[in-house]
Write a protein that binds this ligand. Structure first.
Ligand code: AKB
Length: 315
């Protein structure tokens, strides 16, 4: 049985991954860590430690204390926040990652960290973006993600560490809202649809980006970590996407269930520029071929689930 330490456990991915992994591996075998402690299921359902990932000694001592054999390193700033605070992003995103890799090396842990569609840039092919292609991002977040992919591959080749990663698209969920991302509009639109029946999008019409519903993202992490290493031609990181959408398509999907829903635009130039530097749609075939990546949710199935779960949560 794995013993998994998760950083950034109270964030958008972490808060659901901890609960999902505890169901699979047992509550005591998933150690949740975050820089803050909140009154939440993540904190109450199993081991929890306060951890600042930029503190290498603290990370090493918590990992040793719990004898973890797997590290899932999620703590990071998202694209828009990283653009607003580039030096903080470099220090947190790269400093946290190198600390986590060093601890994984010392303890010989299996290692996962997410990359992103943000690892691509304006000179990357925009459609059916290949697994192996030009990566010259123009954002600090993208610089961090490319450097992170290369660093994880370096630890694999140089030290034999079992590092694996996914280039996540925008992740949509109803449990914990994301913060400071460019794809956040695709989460906010559902919250505002349920709260107000309308939404003002900060991303412009006809701006296509990849998205994925959280249950598919959680399965992808677990399936990649359980995959037979002899089948993996790639490691850091695999393209994965469930759908390529623009704001009007999400609005149209919501309208099928909520005909009175309306949307207008107040475009944020900073997040719009980031979105325009990213691909329209990445090709996930390497992930499908090497470890069987697949998704269960398309846009309409995700919309139905989001609206019903948020109606229960917000009313
Ligand atoms: C962001 O928008 O920053 C993230 C991502 C696509 O990596 N959701």
């Amino acid at each position: 049985m794995k013993k998994i330490l998760i950083t950034g456990a109270l964030g958008q991915i972490g808060s659901e991954l901890v609960m999902h992994a505890r169901k699979i591996y047992g509550n005591d075998n998933v150690i949740a860590t975050d820089i803050r402690k909140t009154d939440s299921a993540v904190v109450h359902s199993g081991p929890f430690e306060v951890l600042d990932v930029t503190d290498p000694q603290a990370m090493a001592s918590i990992t040793k204390k719990h004898q973890a054999d797997t590290i899932i390193h999620l703590a990071a700033l998202l694209s828009a926040t990283a653009e607003a605070k580039p030096l903080l992003a470099w220090n947190l995103n790269m400093g946290g990652l190198v600390n986590a890799l060093e601890v994984a090396k010392e303890m010989n842990c299996q290692f996962f960290t997410p990359s992103s569609i943000g690892a691509f840039g304006p000179s990357t092919p925009k459609d059916q973006t290949p697994q192996d292609t030009i990566q010259r991002p123009t954002t600090m977040y993208g610089v961090n993600k490319v450097a992170g992919e290369l660093l994880c591959d370096y630890y694999y080749h140089k030290f034999g560490l079992d590092t694996r990663g996914l280039r996540f698209p925008g992740l949509i969920s109803y449990v914990t809202p994301p913060g400071g991302g460019t794809t956040d509009y695709a989460v906010e639109i559902y919250y505002e649809a349920v709260r107000k029946g309308s939404y003002t999008s900060f991303i412009d019409a006809e701006t296509y980006m990849d998205m994925m519903y959280m249950p598919d993202a959680l399965n992808a992490i677990i399936n990649l970590m359980e995959a037979d290493p002899s089948k993996l031609m790639h490691r850091n990181s695999f393209n994965v996407s469930a759908m390529s959408v623009e704001p009007e398509q999400i609005a149209a999907s919501i309208k099928k269930q909520m005909p009175s829903f309306t949307m207008d635009y107040e475009v944020d130039p900073i997040r719009q520029a980031i979105a325009e530097s990213w691909p329209n749609h990445i090709d996930s075939s390497a992930a499908a071929n090497e470890w069987g990546f697949k998704t269960d949710y398309n846009l309409d199935k995700m919309t139905a689930d989001m609206l019903s779960k948020l109606t229960d949560k917000l009313n």
